[in-house]
Design a protein around this ligand. Structure first.
Ligand code: IPM
Ligand code: MN
Length: 371
């Protein structure tokens, strides 16, 4: 019997449906080429539905989504809906309700893409950020006192549970081991290589100021590190990391961090890998259902123009296949994307690609088929 994957598709708002269509085109081609099947079920969650019905995530939606092998998301965000509502009640709600405790964000500069950092090329920018995805300041703990008065107080707590932090750190060590099992990280020193190290995991924190939260993180990190003797366990403050992403991005292999710092450094990561047109990631629950998405927003001004870059959605589809165990097909999609960026695309920016959205999807699909 051939393998079949049940995928829930959430195209969402703006250009979401257009980029998702190209992602599916490439997924389908990969499936046909490799001989597995994908079964798609589309859900209309997003701004349009909210404006019509007042509903963001309907009751039971998360339970319904738990029945799928994976979720493929386009973009959430609508110009007529106040910022915060859809993000919180759809995207963050799904991350929380499905306990997608890992945000998996590869940052890789593909050939042919212009890098904003002088003298850095594809060999220099190739790392993975593992962001904790259900705790920290995103947990929603806190509140107001005397709201609206001159004595107002707003408190927003950062929640860091030993369990939540440890499972994230453990995932990051495993991801670092897997990523380097075939091709050890090239940034290792000779001494580290001689000591049998294969990769490096950097904890990104702020132990000099956040002496409670990152004390817990650092202790968990050091303890778990003893179980991974062939990984260099490294630490850097978040502010220094933003500096080094620009100055020495080649220093990084895998980075693990909390939700808020991860949110910030992955946007910087997106910029050094060429921009939102290429950045993709996954919200993972290794024990449950995971959700894969392009990072860029819904870009409403490009909606329906066939101008938006679909590569981030296509890359998200590739990451999804790898995660589902179709590693070869995932790699084929990445190689096909790299051929398109190297030889065809003029720019990653919407309207300046030198190709339409559908043409980019067709070309990636063609390369997948030929590979
Ligand atoms: C992201 C986004 C979300 C976040 C927003 C839309 C709530 O910026 O996926 O990084 O802050 O996590
Ligand atoms: Mn973000």
């Amino acid at each position: 019997m051939s393998r079949t994957y049940n995928i829930a598709v959430l195209p969402g708002d703006g250009t979401g449906p257009e980029v998702v269509a190209e992602g599916i085109k490439v997924l389908q081609t990969a499936a046909d080429t490799a001989g597995f099947k994908i079964k798609l079920t589309t859900f209309d969650f997003g701004g349009e539905r909210y404006l019509k019905t007042g509903e963001t995530l309907p009751d039971g939606a998360a339970d319904e989504l738990k029945k799928f092998d994976a979720i493929f998301l386009g973009a959430i965000g609508h110009p007529d809906v106040k910022p915060g509502i859809l993000e919180k009640e759809i995207l963050l709600a799904l991350r929380f309700e499905l306990d997608q405790y890992i945000n998996f964000r590869p940052v890789k500069l593909y050939p042919g893409i212009e890098c904003p950092i002088k003298d850095k090329g594809p060999g220099d920018i190739d790392f993975l950020v593992i962001r904790e995805n259900t705790e920290g300041v995103y947990a929603g703990s806190g509140g107001f006192l005397k709201k609206g008065t001159p004595d107002e107080i707003a408190v927003q707590d950062s929640i860091n549970t030993r369990k939540g932090v440890e499972r994230c750190i453990r995932f990051a060590f495993d991801a670092c081991t897997k990523r380097n099992s075939k091709a050890p990280w090239k940034g290792l020193t000779d001494d580290e290589k001689a000591a049998g190290k294969i990769g490096k995991l950097t904890l990104c924190g702020k132990t000099n100021v956040l002496t409670f939260a990152f004390d817990l993180w650092e202790r968990a990190f050091r303890e778990v590190a003893t179980e991974y003797p062939n990984i260099v366990a490294d630490y850097a403050h978040v502010d220094a990391i933003t500096m080094w992403f620009v100055k020495n991005p080649e220093w990084f292999d895998v980075i693990v961090t909390d939700n808020m710092f991860g949110d910030i450094i992955t946007d910087l990561g997106a910029m050094i890998q060429g921009g939102m047109g290429i950045a993709a990631g996954g919200n993972l629950n290794p024990e449950g259902v995971s959700m894969f998405e392009p990072i860029g927003g819904s870009a409403p001004k490009y909606k329906g123009l066939n101008k938006i870059n679909p590569l981030a959605a296509i890359c998200a589809a590739g990451i999804m296949l790898e995660y589902l165990g179709e590693e070869e097909s995932g790699k084929k999609i990445e190689s096909a994307v790299m051929k398109v960026t190297a030889d065809h695309l003029k720019s990653l920016a919407a309207g300046r690609m030198g190709m339409t959205t559908t043409e980019v999807g067709d070309l990636v699909a063609k390369y997948v088929k030929e590979s």
